[in-house]
Structure formats: structure tokens, C-alpha cells
Design a protein around this ligand. Structure first.
Ligand code: LUB
Length: 219
């Protein structure tokens, strides 16, 4: 069973997703609202985002939002949940490319950096997680999904001889999650993530050698 697809790796949905979605149109409207909300949250943050502006951006009425989301807090929690729901498919797709365990980790994190650069849903979720203490309802716990997954992936890399013998997969995962969180936050704050791939490449070139066994070529 692929790690990322195992139940609970990315946390469980904790927001009320609204009434069961029977019609394709209702599903599309919900996705439209999430996309519009992501743009507003990413740009303005939770407190300054108004559901009126979300509705205007989505081209629907404010009342239509309440058919899918109980309030702005629930909408924010759903944006964060949708962010984490993106990763299992991306992880599985990367694992299916026939690369070795270290190549898979490096390729995956480069793809994740690209998603952070390009995807407003992920950008909104990252900002909401920074603001989580002000939102007033529980959000999915950040970082744990990636730490669990990278622990598994670094465990495979260790079994394949790519990790320093004295570097635990858990420690490698914590270091890389911290490094990634930091570079994407700094890149966002200073450059709207325009340089995230260059900053991530520096982590790969300067941090991975401290994790990998001597003589291992960093992909
Ligand atoms: C990742 C962020 C930004 C962790 O997993 C998360 O919650 C993350 C936002 O909360 O970086 C590193 C991949």
C-alpha cells in the first residue's frame, strides 16, 4: 500500500463538507467556491477575506456559498483540507516513474516546490496555516503528513544504501520538512515564490549531502 494513500497520512477531514454532493453541478460549484476562496485567502489572508468578494470572484451569490460551507471558518478549513488532498496522487505518480528511492524523493520535492509556486490553493493553505491561531476552528495539523511520508521514503533510501548510516529516516524527514517550509515561506514573503525552485535547489545541493551516504550522487 503506498504510504501517502494509507488512511490518515494527510489527516482526516474535520470540516463539515456540507450536504452530501449528489449532483455534478453541486460538486462543480463547490470546487468553484474553493478556487475563488483560495485566491482571496492567498492574497488577503483569513481576516480580510470577505465572502462577498469570494462570491463575486466565483460569479455566484453569497447565499450559494452557504449551501456548501457553513461559514468563512469552515471554508478556510476546507481549503486546507483540499490542499493536503492533492499530495497522494502526486506522490503516487512520482513513485510510478521507475526512479530509485533517492531520485524519487528529490523529484517529488521539486514537484512540490513547483506546486507551491503555481497553485493558489496550496498558497492559500500555507497562509491560513500561518494564521491558524486566529481562525478559531481546528485546521488539519501542518507538517505531519509530509514528515510521515518522507520518513517512509527516507527509510527506503536507507535500505537502499543512500543515507548516511548515522542519519535516521525520521531525522532526515524533519530536516527536509523544516528546510522546505522555510524556503517556501521566505520565497513567498520576499519574492511571491518566484524563486522557490532556485532556493529549493540550494537545499538539495547543500543539505542533501549531509543526509546521504558518502559518495552518493545527489540526483
Ligand atoms: C509544508 C506547509 C509548507 C511542509 O505540510 C505543510 O503543512 C507544509 C504549509 O503548512 O510546507 C514541507 C513540505
Amino acid at each position: 500500500m503506498r504510504q501517502a494513500e494509507e488512511a490518515g497520512t494527510w489527516g482526516r477531514r474535520i470540516s463539515s463538507a456540507g450536504p452530501p454532493i449528489h449532483q455534478e453541478r453541486a460538486r462543480q460549484t463547490r470546487q468553484l467556491i474553493l478556487s475563488a476562496a483560495a485566491q482571496e485567502f492567498a492574497t488577503n489572508g483569513f481576516r480580510s477575506t470577505s465572502l462577498v468578494h469570494v462570491a463575486q470572484r466565483a460569479g455566484i451569490t453569497k447565499g450559494a456559498i452557504y449551501h456548501h460551507f457553513t461559514n468563512k471558518e469552515n471554508l478556510a478549513a476546507s481549503v486546507v483540507e483540499e490542499h493536503y488532498a492533492l499530495w497522494p496522487a502526486l506522490v503516487a505518480e512520482t513513485q510510478d516513474k521507475g526512479m530509485n528511492s533517492l531520485e524519487t524523493i528529490v523529484a517529488l520535492l521539486e514537484r512540490v516546490a513547483t506546486v507551491f509556486r503555481d497553485d493558489p490553493l496550496v498558497q492559500a493553505s500555507a497562509r491560513l496555516q500561518i494564521e491558524r491561531s486566529t481562525i478559531g476552528i481546528p485546521l488539519p495539523t501542518p507538517f505531519v503528513g509530509w514528515t510521515e511520508l518522507l520518513t517512509e521514503l527516507f527509510g527506503a533510501a536507507q535500505r537502499d544504501g543512500y543515507l548516511r548510516p548515522d542519519c535516521s529516516p525520521q531525522a532526515a524527514a524533519r530536516v527536509i520538512v523544516a528546510a522546505f517550509f522555510g524556503i517556501q515561506h521566505i520565497s513567498d514573503t520576499l519574492h511571491e515564490r518566484r524563486d522557490i525552485l532556485e532556493r529549493w535547489d540550494e537545499v538539495k545541493r547543500l543539505v542533501f549531502p549531509g543526509i546521504c551516504a558518502l559518495g552518493v550522487r545527489i540526483p
